[in-house]
Structures are given as structure tokens and as C-alpha cells.
Design a protein around this ligand. Sequence first.
Ligand SMILES: [Zn+2]
Length: 447
Amino acid sequence: MPETEILIRGAAAVVTMDGARHEIAGGDVLIRGGVVAAVGQGLSTTGEVVEARGCVVTPGLVNTHHHLYQTLTRAVPGGQDALLFGWLKTLYPIWGRFGPEEMFVSAQVGLAELALSGCTLTSDHLYLFPNGARLDDTIAAAGEVGLRFHPTRGAMSIGESDGGLPPDALVEEERAILEDCIRVVDAFHDPREGAMVRVGLAPCSPFSVSRDLMRDAAVLARDKGVMLHTHLAENDEDIAYSLAQFGCRPGQYAEELGWTGDDVWHAHCVKLDGSEIELFARSGTGVAHCPCSNCRLGSGIAPVRAMRDRRVKVGLGVDGSASNDAGNLVAEARQAMLLQRVARGGDAMGVREALEIATLGGARVLGRGDCGSLEAGKRADVAVWDVSGVESAGSWDPVGALLLCGPTRVTHLFVEGKQVVRDGQMVTIDLPRVVERQNRLAARLMG
Ligand SMILES: [Zn+2]
């Protein structure tokens, strides 16, 4: 049976993110099966045609850090104006009442929000498993929504009674954590090109697990050939904790425990100093930059300009929807651009660089050489943005308009050649029903 073809035709601009960063005016993208068959002008097909006049076509955006379950605890009053540690202590008891249904529904909401904002590949960091919740719940959600998914099996093992931050009821035994890591990798991880699910290992943070668990997770990840992820150097409290508890900065702690390398990426890294940036560059360690969350929690401005200048791999993360509290990935790309300008001046980061971080940059962080650009042979993960609407009316450059003006939602989205968003609506799930179910669960949590 011949593979199905879809031709996205006549875009105002196709942003390829190929080696030369070509942009094609009046460009087409031909999808065959799950891959990009051709990118150019005047392409034809006997299959389906999607008209893209007035649109910018980009590679699907890549989200490298999220906690999908947190869509159920957005804008919680006690956490709205707190710093990181106070914010966590407000939310832990609420998260402790979650179960499998909460994990599944909140993930569907978060994934749909990402899809509508141009995301085709997302990671997730789930580090608490109360009342029978499992990583499997979020993987099932991603299967229905249709996004390419890199769930990470997180963990917390040091509770309050041992000097950690989380309540004892939310932490797990370290042996049980490692056993479940093995289970989910064996059950779900797909190392092949074009994989829709890849699993990573992700103890929550240096302040919620032991040194032993960090080291054991690194050994296990290398044994299984999967990636490692955690939070690092998020704010001043985080640095102070590292100096007091471990006698060193977070970068050194990570290096000592095997947490640097091409198969590791760390979220935030707001407070990395020059030598830590050098370490990340030298070792190929990646960064998930989460500008909205960093603003929301007042954590600071990550030194992304310095990281990029030293060729550190940087991708974007919306971070959890309790610390953003949105999960709009194209808005995150705009915020990344604006925040570097606040720190370093108006020429610190341009639209094209922010788009590169949001696509190719994220794909590199997640070890996906098969994603992140629109080139023949790459996976057909494509976002189509209508820049003919009111937000960008009068703009002189359609690609510039995407981040400087809007829109903040896609018109069409394809993942592995399958349409997930059509004419601005989710086609894989009944979103109004999912939202209604989510609001019912939120009402129940509020009591
Ligand atoms: Zn996070």
C-alpha cells in the first residue's frame, strides 16, 4: 500500500531550520507517511492538500521541561506569590490527593495546550506517584492526544523527617523507585528513529533525593541507554542548599555523580556560573530554559546568551502549569527572547534564534536528531501558523511577526505526519469534554 501524502502548500514562509537556516517564501512541505519527503516550491501530490497561504510553517516546537499533572493546580491562591520552596510546600499536600485519573486528565489538558501552541514533542517530569498513580497514566494520555512524548520517571526520597522538603507521605523508598524505573523503561522506551515514546530517569532535584539515588539513577540510565533529567541551580535558595548540604555548587555536585554528558539535561540552570557553563559546554550537557516559570517564581534570568555563545545545548520548557501557570510554548519562545533583552540589551536575542532554540535546540537537548527541522528524511512534525490575522496585520516580515506579534495558537499541527490540530481545533480528542472533566476534578480537590 502506498504511503499517504499530505502537501502543505504556498506558505508565506517555510522556516526549515536546516544547516543553512533556509527560509522559503511561497514554500511547500510534502509529507509522506511519517516523514518529510520534500521541502521547496511548486511541489505536487495526488494526496491531500493543505493550503497555507498567509501562514508561516515551522518545525514543530519542542518542550524540554514540564510537569503535566500541575495543570490541575493552576493559580492556587496560597502559591501565587511565593518563592520556590514556599510554593512547593503549599502545593505538596494538594498533589498528595491525586490518583491515576488526576494524572491522566491533567496530562491530556497539558498536552492539548501544548499542541495548540505548536508543540509536537514534549518531555514530562513526573516525580510523585500518590494513590496508585503511575507514569503509565501520562503515557496513555499522550497516546490519545498524539504528541511525541518523552516522559521521565521522577522521584523524591528524602522527606521532611530526613531534612528534605517534601512531606514524608509523598516520598518513596529508593529501591522501589529504581525497580519502577526499570519497569517503565522496559515497557515503554523506544530507541528507534521516529520513536513516539522515549523514557528518561529523573530524580526530582538534589534537595529531594539522596546522593546515592542520583548516582544509582545515572548508572541505571547508562545501562539502559536512556537519558537523565533533573532540576538544577534554579534560584538562590537552591545554590545555598547545595553549598550547605554538599559543600559545593550544583554543577560540581552533578559532575561528581555522573550527571553531566550528552545524555543529560537539566531544567532551569538560572544560577550557573562561568565555570559551570564551561562544564556544560565541555560535556555536552543540555539545558531546559523555562523563562516564564523563572519570572513567575522570581528565580532570575538564566544566562542563555552566555550558554549559547559557549555552544551549550539549550531548549525551552514551559515548566509545570502551577509555576507558569500557562503551558503555551510559542509564548515561551517570545518570553525567552524578551528576557535575554532585559538582561543584556535589545540585540541579545532575535526572533530567529528564539525559534531555533524552540525547535532544533529542544530536539538536540532531547537527543532527537530525527526531529527539529524541516528537511527530507526528518520526521514530519510540522506547525502551521496563520500570520494574516489581526495580531500580525501590517507586519513586514511573517517570520518576525510570529514572535513579535502573534498568533499564539497554531492553525494546523502534524506529528509523525498525522494531523493533531486542524483549523485551530484538536482533532484527536474531544477537548471540551476533557476540560469539563478537568474542572470537575479541580473542584473536588478544592473540597
Ligand atoms: Zn520543573
